[in-house]
Design a protein around this ligand. Sequence first.
Ligand code: HEM
Ligand SMILES: *[C@@H]1O[C@H](CO)[C@@H](O)[C@H](O)[C@H]1NC(C)=O
Ligand SMILES: *[C@@H]1O[C@H](CO)[C@@H](O)[C@H](O)[C@H]1NC(C)=O
Ligand SMILES: *[C@@H]1O[C@H](CO)[C@@H](O)[C@H](O)[C@H]1NC(C)=O
Ligand SMILES: CC(=O)N[C@H]1CO[C@H](CO)[C@@H](O)[C@@H]1O
Length: 331
Amino acid sequence: MGRCNIFILTLLTFSFISCLFPDFASAALKQNYYAKICPDVENIVRNAVFKKFNQTFVTVPGTIRLYFHDCFVNGCDASVIIASTPGNTAEKDNPINLSLAGDGFDTVIKAKAAVDEVSRCKNKVSCADILALATRDVISLAGGPSYPVELGRLDGLVSTSASVNGKLPGASFNLDQLNALFAANGLNETDMIALSGAHTVGFSHCNQFANRIYNFSRKNAIDPSLNKAYAAQLKSMCPRVVDPTIAINMDPTTPRTFDNVYYKNLVQGKGLFTSDEVLFTDPRSKPTVIAWANSPQAFNDAFIAAITKLGRVGIKNSKNGNIRHDCGAFN
Ligand code: HEM
Ligand SMILES: *[C@@H]1O[C@H](CO)[C@@H](O)[C@H](O)[C@H]1NC(C)=O
Ligand SMILES: *[C@@H]1O[C@H](CO)[C@@H](O)[C@H](O)[C@H]1NC(C)=O
Ligand SMILES: *[C@@H]1O[C@H](CO)[C@@H](O)[C@H](O)[C@H]1NC(C)=O
Ligand SMILES: CC(=O)N[C@H]1CO[C@H](CO)[C@@H](O)[C@@H]1O
């Protein structure tokens, strides 16, 4: 009883302190956050994203992956967009930056410029929120689900190359490694399987899966979990001596559509990375893969839940964040 009272007292004290100093409480996001500040922000961003999409499809995968990397390294705070300066090597220039496509960055820069052209909106909308909105917009432009986006993020004040190490998953990860990294970001196995579905669009360089088609320690053996015809196709596109300029579609079936075909591919042994195919070969995640291969609606629902949770990672408050004037540089 006594212990319980102390617990409640501690809890009350904490809530009280949080009320006195709201900056210590984690900022809450909400839909329509800009209703009074910049009421047309969603249309402005959507139009800018559409213009960019109309120029190049790379806008779609580039923006989605940029959001993922932003959120997993120091939270969804646009720190990934910061350019390096003579005194600081930023996140985007970490050698394991995994070749983020320039068109993702450009999408955010263009949308920010469009928002700032409206005087009441100028310097009032964070780059982190613009990236969250642009991600929703490219997904829906590519045929994926549309969904309400929670807003109210601030932009981070720190971006270092060193902070990237250990924060992003590798293409050779097994299920336990994937689960551990996503759990560190408040995402469970279901969320991880759903977000992996983003590999339904975009490209990969050959080095990410070369070991699956030319196992160097086993006389170039092919990973037995790979579909034989798909492996042969991959070998014809990616020579044994890796050519770093070659990038291939990650979804060999519908590479430009954001759909559940990613899961259908996994069932057929056509997952490009070890981290993709393991979702089908590991008996723990297999039932979910099969369910989503069979139901676009079930996948869409799970994806929306998961990307909404992803958007809540590491939200900054007024002590450790602000609204950047230029997404690529600190104010
Ligand atoms: C589950 C663990 C994940 C691993 C191991 C992984 C790994 C990779 C790798 C190695 C590439 C290819 C990079 C290259 O060679 O250029 C890639 C591309 C991509 N990833 Fe992931 N990823 C994971 C999860 C995610 C998530 C959660 C998202 C977003 C929700 C995402 C979105 C993308 C997109 C859209 C691309 C294509 C990028 C482009 O074409 O420019 N990935 N990923
Ligand atoms: C889309 O691209 C076409 C030509 O590539 C251009 O004529 C059209 O104006 C563009 N639409 C928008 C909204 O940018
Ligand atoms: C390559 O072969 C080694 C030795 O048999 C094995 O442990 C490893 O899992 C294989 N790698 C792949 C990607 O199949
Ligand atoms: C994982 O999170 C989703 C929401 O994203 C939730 O619906 C589901 O119940 C969670 N699963 C477990 C096992 O906690
Ligand atoms: C887009 C980008 O910044 N790519 C860089 C990733 O890291 C390699 C190795 O450090 C650089 O050569 C790329 O320019």
